[in-house]
Unconditional design. Sequence first.
Length: 259
Amino acid sequence: MQELAAVNDALARYIRPATFPLAARMVPKGEQLPPRIKRPYRDLGEKVTICQVIGMARHYGWAMFIGAEDASCPIQRTVFGLEPMTEYYSEGNLCSGMYTATPELGRKTESAVARVGYGDYDGTLVAPLERAAFTPEVFVIYGNSAQVMILVAAWLYHRGGELTSSFTARADCSDIIIRTIQKDAPQVILPCNGDRVFGQTEDWEMAFTAPARCIDEIVDGLAKCHQGGIRYPIPKWLRYTPKYPDHYTKLDEIWKSGK
């Protein structure tokens, strides 16, 4: 894998994201954290959501860790294995009346959310690429639909075919990190309601994630797509003669008549 600074430079050149591209890693039980990492509860006095941590990393440029003592979101605490799975959760009660009509349908939605086992991990590291003092498992880039489209094109440049992703309109933290790791393939991310409410993600933003093993291929694909004309900002077709209202073109007639 290329140096993270080189990956960051390539993304800045070819994608020009408005916020910092990120590296993320799930921290196995007992693994030592790198130095100079902020923890929300210890350093900010707040219990937060993982989407807030992602938001702080990509907007502020902070390297952060969120573990059990930092996390407030019951969905994150469950699917990231910081607390045990409960029947109340698995039966669909968190979805019911909000995302689904019944608990039974909520159970179906909850079963579609990628998760890890209770106690497998101490938490999650997230940092801008240039500040990541750890080996990433996942790369995360937020952008608009055009920027995400180019990242998809870059991934498919040497492969062809299609990129498939799945969406539940909730728990995008799981899609960003857990699903990307478990599928071992890039994902297009539709930010969930919580990411918009707590992570301050804008209505126009989407995200693209990739396992670390894929990033060199994506960077090369970005360069090749750029050479082929698939580039950002999207080039606008400006070589045409405009059409005007009749009362504008009347001036042409006046000028041509010499009057």
